[in-house]
Design a protein around this ligand. Sequence first.
Ligand code: NAD
Ligand code: UFG
Length: 338
Amino acid sequence: MKILLTGGAGYIGSHVATALVSSGHDVVCFDNLSNSDAAVMDRLEAITGTAIPLVEGDIRDRDAMRYVLQEYGAEAVIHFAGLKAVGESVAEPIKYYDNNVRGTLTLLEAMADCDVHTLVFSSSATVYGQPQYLPLDENHPTSATNPYGRTKLMIEEMLRDVAAADSKWRIAILRYFNPVGAHDSGLIGENPNGIPNNLMPFISRVAAGRLAELSVFGDDYDTPDGTGVRDYIHVVDLAEGHVAALEAVAKSGQPISTWNLGTGQGYSVLEMVEAFERINDVSVPYRIAPRRDGDVASCFASPERAARELGWKANRDLDAMCASSWRFERMLATRNAD
Ligand code: NAD
Ligand code: UFG
């Protein structure tokens, strides 16, 4: 298939681009580069041996979306483009509703204009809100605790209405748990601007000496060691999950499906620190800090539906997640030194 990746130059989109090319699909990326760098396209070419086109533009621009869908003959869209910082979404909600919700609406309009009806959407485990039971399956009630999460919920609901109104649509909603790690080549990975919000990039930068110490947000949760437990999933496993979901919806009789992409296994913050130090033979100094507002104690997936319906499951372990994150961090250090 010919597949358009909105936000394709970003962390997850770039890994999905490599997985799609290895599975024999044609890919075009569309990105406004608000949180990425066009240089990633050269690295994707080095990894895949294929020059993947990047069209620079914004998903809120309907004409630009129509142009790229038609010019490249896209048959399906994987929609990653969006803003994702929880704290920023609380401070600047209009920016989040505009970019994420209006952006998705404009994408849907352009897809309908161009008669493209197959869509995979990047949702998040954040839509489960405060877990009422664990592991979280797709039937768990949804709620939002911040504007970012609310944009994901609103988009999911929009997609359900769109799929109910016109049986031509084939839509996959993928609820990611905590994507970490990097491609084995070390050429692409997660490189947030400024101080990272997420645990794994923070740990990598402390290990590299770019940040002094990790703040562990709370050690008095109801978890085995008191620190927060999450379902970390290797980004290459996550990428393979997209290929499986795309291929499944494209031939499915169902207009819309929802799948968790997680491992089913939770690790605490201190287990992550210990694993990173052991695997990479580095030191990650930390101190216990107050809880972070809005955090839950534990969050992990039931990955059963994806296993049953997509024939996909994550198989890279925590060691592989930590080793690949560190390989990418060292690659960044080499690049910065050049
Ligand atoms: P990312 O910021 O690395 O990638 C998003 C890409 O979208 C960036 O390249 C950015 O420049 C682009 N973009 C943003 N707004 C745009 C717009 N209006 N028009 C065109 N391009 C635009 O983030 P990521 O981690 O790769 O996340 C991809 C998607 O997955 C996002 O929708 C995010 O909400 C979702 N998600 C991410 C995580 C995570 O932990 N990384 C977890 C759950 C869900
Ligand atoms: N943590 C720390 N110190 C840090 C950063 C994080 O102790 O500097 C802890 C958090 O308190 C939490 C765990 O590490 O217990 C994971 O935190 P992350 O910020 O890496 O991830 P979250 O689970 O909070 O959220 C992430 C994304 C959300 C997404 C969610 C899906 O940031 O956008 O996963 O499950 F919705």
